[in-house]
Design a protein around this ligand. Structure first.
Ligand SMILES: Nc1ncnc2c1ncn2[C@@H]1O[C@H](COP(=O)(O)OP(=O)(O)OP(=O)(O)O)[C@@H](O)[C@H]1O
Length: 672
């Protein structure tokens, strides 16, 4: 006798009296019946799906036949797809022996392929797509064209303070400018300036008013807003920052570095240094340049001295290039920026490109440097202003105001953001700001400038240049090439040809030689200065009547700065760009997109060059011999054959023409 009895439930119809064996036989028979029904059902489904696919394939073939010629190109690809689809179908047909799961997957695969086919063959027939019975469509795609996204400018870029681009008709009498002190007005008058240009009339009062409450706090006790100024080349941006800085610092008691101007090249630093020095004359202010023109030790000595055991600054205003500036920050313990009030970033777009050198980060670090020597902690010591709050401005700190200037200031907020600007304010003469939409490649051109392009071949370029000087008497000409090798060869060729006072200006020359050449050009001793882009930015040479782009510039900014060496300060000027046939379309498109008021075609007739051709051929032979005979290192470019000039491909910024293979002088054998 068992102690426990377990009763199990064996189904509704189970009778307690039926034996266990009988019950299990019944159950097995039931399961077998159900399985047979399932198999029959899945077979039926398979046949139905195959019929649907066949119908769809016929539809596609029909539609393709009715397509226009242009769509027929894609047929081989589609044929392949169809073949693949048929072979898969065949597989699925012959695969009836496969398990039921295969039978379920195959129709879905086939459906996907058919959808692709239809999308390629005739997208507009989307709505007519046959639906596979037994499947629910979960989602479908609308074949809409993707809309172009326009960059929307932040408020300060979209709504700038706009001033007139035209200089001559918008001069503002110096006496009309609020807050300008008498000694500065007098100095301007002595320098022959009684009127301000539009950019100066806007920006000078803005800088002055920020400091109305003294140098400790800005207007109304707030930290001053950083200013960005975008104005055409030659519109007088330099005086727009030099004058207010001199005025605001001239009554200082202790000499400390309070203004720092950073420029991309030595030549530009030299130029700005000259303007600062001229307007600081007669004030206690000391202006020092650290741009690598003197030895590091000499620059160090000009920046500070030791009196007893105390460091004493010898500079109020420092003009520098980024590399040398970082050297002084890191290696010159006597150089302090802890009292800096103005940081001027001239040619700001170029300086942003140099951000990888992290010069700005080093400057900011030096400005907010905390002294380890506690005895030296000033009451007004500053802390880096991550967030400006009431608490962060109390106690009051010396504010640092950034002033940015450029003729081609970027409107790319991501780039500008690298400068860490505080509530920036933009001054511009450019017209396209109101739309709130950013056009990063549109700039203002100087009013007095007339632009031309000269269609030419490689072999004729030097001849046309000589024609400009010798026949058309267009000198002084500032002529730009894309590489220093081209500049050097062109210079040698013009020199051999004779009759033209020419010089080259590139990194082949030492800074002292470059300075000398610029001076001679300015004095009118040089008719033709052949330069690389070393002189394209900012250089202010008074008498340049004409700029020639011997090589077409690759970038619009390069073009704007090059042609901006003429038509300065409201004067008239001419700019010619030599274009090979292959360059024309892209170049003209680029200039038009940039907002050029119009570039005219200037054709030089071949007969005008005829008389110079014989001499030119002789010169080419001579030049080739000269180059071949020169000791290695002196002429830095190889020549393959006498009389034939090497073709070079330039790909980097600052070299190469617009979308074309750039060739050197040609030599009458080029087939461009
Ligand atoms: N108010 C003025 N009256 C007469 N001449 C002026 C005035 N302001 C500036 N100039 C002259 O205009 C020329 C161009 O000025 P500046 O070099 O400052 O231009 P810029 O805007 O900085 O040009 P770039 O963008 O090419 O550097 C200089 O020779 C300068 O002396």
């Amino acid at each position: 006798m068992s102690l426990f009895l377990v009763n199990r439930y064996l189904g509704e119809e189970e009778d307690e009296n039926i034996s266990k064996e009988h019950a299990s036989n019944d159950l097995l028979a039931k399961l077998q019946k159900k399985s047979k029904q399932n198999q029959e059902h899945s077979l039926k489904n398979k046949t139905a799906n195959h019929t649907v696919k066949e119908t769809q394939r016929h539809d596609v073939v029909k539609k393709r036949k009715s397509l226009p010629e242009s769509n027929q190109e894609a047929q081989p690809r589609r044929k392949k797809k169809l073949a693949a689809a048929s072979s898969r179908d065949l597989e699925s047909n012959s695969g009836s022996a496969k398990g039921p799961s295969d039978a379920c997957l195959t129709p879905r695969d086939g459906q996907k392929d058919e959808k692709e086919e239809e999308a390629t063959a005739a997208p507009e027939a989307e709505s007519e797509k046959p639906q596979t019975p037994g499947f629910t469509v979960m989602a479908s795609f609308e074949n809409k064209p993707v809309q172009k996204v326009h960059r929307v400018l932040p408020q300060w870029l979209a709504q700038p303070d706009v001033f007139q681009r035209e200089i001559k008709n918008n001069l503002v009498p110096v006496s009309d400018i609020r807050g300008l002190c008498a000694p500065i007005v007098q100095k301007l008058h002595n320098n022959g300036i009684d009127h301000f240009f539009p950019v100066q009339a806007e920006v000078i009062p803005a800088i002055l008013e920020n400091m109305q409450n003294g140098l400790l706090i800005g207007r109304g006790g707030y930290k001053p807003r950083d200013l960005c100024v975008s104005a055409p080349t030659g519109s007088g941006k330099t005086l727009a920052f030099v004058l207010p800085i001199i005025q605001l610092l001239m009554e200082r008691v202790v000499c400390e570095v309070r203004a720092l101007a950073v420029l991309p090249t030595k030549e530009l630093a030299q130029q700005v240094f000259k303007v600062f020095t001229s307007y600081a004359e007669g004030t206690p202010l000391k202006v020092v340049m650290v741009a690598g023109q003197k030895s590091f030790a000499a620059e160090q000595a000009s920046l500070s001295e030791m009196r007893g055991n105390k460091r004493r600054s010898l500079a109020d205003i420092v003009v520098s290039t980024p590399g040398r500036l970082v050297d002084h920050i890191n290696k010159n313990s006597g150089f302090s920026l802890e009292n800096l009030v103005f940081l001027v970033i001239d040619e700001a777009d170029k300086m942003i490109d140099r951000m990888h050198q992290s010069w700005l980060r080093q400057v900011v670090k030096a400005v907010y440097k905390t002294k380890s020597d506690t005895r030296n902690i000033s009451t007004f010591a500053r802390t880096e202003d991550v967030f400006v709050t009431a608490a962060s401005l109390s106690p009051p700190q010396i504010p640092l105001q950034k002033l940015l200037f450029s003729a081609t200031l970027t409107q790319n907020p991501e780039k500008l953001q690298q400068l860490g600007l505080h509530q920036p304010r933009l001054f511009t003469s450019t017209r396209n700001h109101s739309a709130h939409v950013c056009n990063q490649d549109s700039f203002d051109f100087p009013q007095g400038l007339t632009e031309f392009y000269v269609p030419c071949t490689l072999s004729k370029k030097p001849l046309i240049l000589l024609h400009f000087i010798l026949r058309l008497k267009l000198s002084p000409i500032l002529c730009f090439t894309n590489s220093r090798e081209t500049a050097h060869r062109l210079f040698l060729l013009v020199q051999l040809f004779g009759g033209v006072q020419a010089a080259e200006f590139s990194s082949r020359l030492s800074p002292a030689e470059r300075k000398h050449k610029l001076k001679e050009f300015e004095q009118g001793k040089i008719q033709l200065l052949i330069s690389t882009d070393a002189s394209a930015r900012g250089i202010d040479i008074n008498q340049v009547k004409c700029v020639v782009n011997y090589d077409a510039p690759q970038y619009i900014r390069t073009y704007i700065h090059r042609i901006g060496r003429t038509a300065r300060a409201g004067k008239a000027g001419l700019a010619f760009t030599f274009l090979l046939g292959v360059q024309e379309k892209n170049f003209l498109q680029m200039v038009t997109n940039a907002g050029s008021p119009g570039i005219q075609k200037q054709i030089i007739k071949p007969e005008n060059l005829k008389s110079m051709e014989a001499r030119y051929e002789e010169i080419l032979q001579e030049l080739a011999k000269m180059i071949k005979g020169s000791p290695p290192g002196q002429v830095r470019f190889p020549v393959r054959e006498v009389g034939t000039f090497q073709w070079t491909h330039h790909t980097q910024e600052g070299s190469g023409g617009v979308g074309a293979v750039q060739c050197d002088l040609g030599g009458g054998h080029g087939d461009c």
